[in-house]
Design a protein around this ligand. Structure first.
Ligand SMILES: [Zn+2]
Ligand SMILES: [Zn+2]
Length: 369
């Protein structure tokens, strides 16, 4: 068996098709699983993504990718060199795709999952398992301790927390990633409790969801005026980097907010220490990645006899699968052993997802930058 996809210094490479999947350095043909910063870079000559993924890329990169994106609808097949490529919903964020690569003559089939989750979040195209010989799975939360509660239950808790804060005249602020998590939360919040406001960094991605036809409640940009006008009843959504920034402190200092309750929505909130380190009042374990059971059931559903493991708890997942008699192997990414996350500062984190969060936790205070 010849590897259809292999790791190179530019990213996952399919030599038979002449393209890279989510490359981190500029290449001539990039197949993009989804719009998070650790997967989608600008600077490639051509992009291939799902149509809604293209809406997200355009929202994130604007002119930098104008005319460079080829949109391939889910399930449609396109030939590249000696392989046929198709994209299939990954359930991670709007437009997220698993990449199926089939060798045109041998029929050998690989699927690269990208980031995925099995729970239907109501704002992303739901995950579909795809049969293949080799499945390359992400493993961000690949430990048995990670077991998500249903989204409706987590959102009911968040709404109850918001309502209690609002009744006490306390503004609520939830840290969430700008692409995916923020819109998922917007869709699940109860707008009868109070106004939903967002940090400006969430506006572009939110507009992309609306453009793609996702129904979201009305959400205004959080300014000192709009927060003050809500008289303590507002729910403010903000990227993780903004919650303990001068922007948030100014809301308090300028008396737009009398009292502020903070939380973060992330899979990492299932572990108590993660919340303490960020000095948040509470946390909601809401992840856009598969939990342990989701990873294992997805692997089973592919029917793959060979499993590549990347992006996260590689060692534990590889060992577990090998003990179960499967052929599992590590697929290294540039994140492994690399402390200096390029996305660490500035607005990068706003567009990222749980991989960056993990970097922050590993670096101690890094995630609070
Ligand atoms: Zn992602
Ligand atoms: Zn990722």
């Amino acid at each position: 068996m010849v590897a259809l996809v292999r790791t190179t210094d530019r990213g996952l490479f399919c030599e038979a098709g002449g393209f890279y999947i989510d490359p981190w350095k500029a290449v001539s043909r990039a197949v993009i699983t989804h719009g998070h910063t650790d997967h989608a870079r600008w600077g490639h000559k051509r992009y291939l993504s799902s149509p809604t993924g293209a809406v997200v890329l355009n929202a994130r990169f604007g002119r930098q990718v104008e005319g460079l994106i080829d949109a391939l609808p889910y399930g449609e097949r396109q030939r590249f060199g000696d392989v046929v490529v198709s994209l299939h919903p990954a359930g991670h964020v709007l437009g997220s795709a698993q990449v199926r690569v089939e060798h045109a003559s041998s029929g050998e089939t690989w699927v690269v999952s990208g980031d995925y989750k099995t729970q239907d979040d109501g704002v992303s195209e739901p995950f579909e398992p795809v049969r293949c010989h080799t499945f390359i799975t992400e493993s961000t939360f690949g430990l048995p301790v990670y077991a998500w509660r249903p989204q409706a239950e987590v959102m009911a808790k968040m709404n109850a927390w918001w309502r209690a804060n609002a009744d006490a005249g306390r503004t609520s602020m939830v840290a969430c990633y700008a692409l995916g998590k923020a819109q998922r939360i917007m869709a699940g919040l109860d707008p009868t409790i109070g106004p939903i406001l967002m940090h400006g960094a969430l506006a572009r991605c939110t507009a992309a969801y609306r453009e793609a036809g996702v129904k979201l409640p009305g959400v205004a940009v959080a300014t000192q005026e709009s927060v003050r006008a809500a008289s303590g009843r507002a729910m403010v959504l903000a990227p993780p980097s903004a919650v303990r920034s001068p922007w948030a402190f100014n809301l308090v200092k300028r008396n737009a907010v009398k009292d502020l309750a903070t939380a973060m929505a992330s899979g990492w909130m299932q572990i108590r220490g993660a919340r303490r380190r960020r000095s948040l009042d509470t946390g909601f374990a809401l992840s856009d990645h598969a939990d342990w059971h989701g990873i294992m059931s997805s692997i089973e559903a592919t029917g793959a006899e060979s499993i590549g493991v990347t992006h996260g708890a590689i060692g534990p997942v590889v060992r577990f699968l090998n003990e179960k008699g499967k052929h599992a192997f590590a697929v290294p990414t540039r994140w492994e052993g690399e402390a200096g996350a390029e996305e660490g500062g500035g607005t990068g984190e706003a567009d990222g997802d749980d991989h960056q969060e993990e970097q922050g936790l590993l670096l101690g205070e890094g995630g609070d930058a």
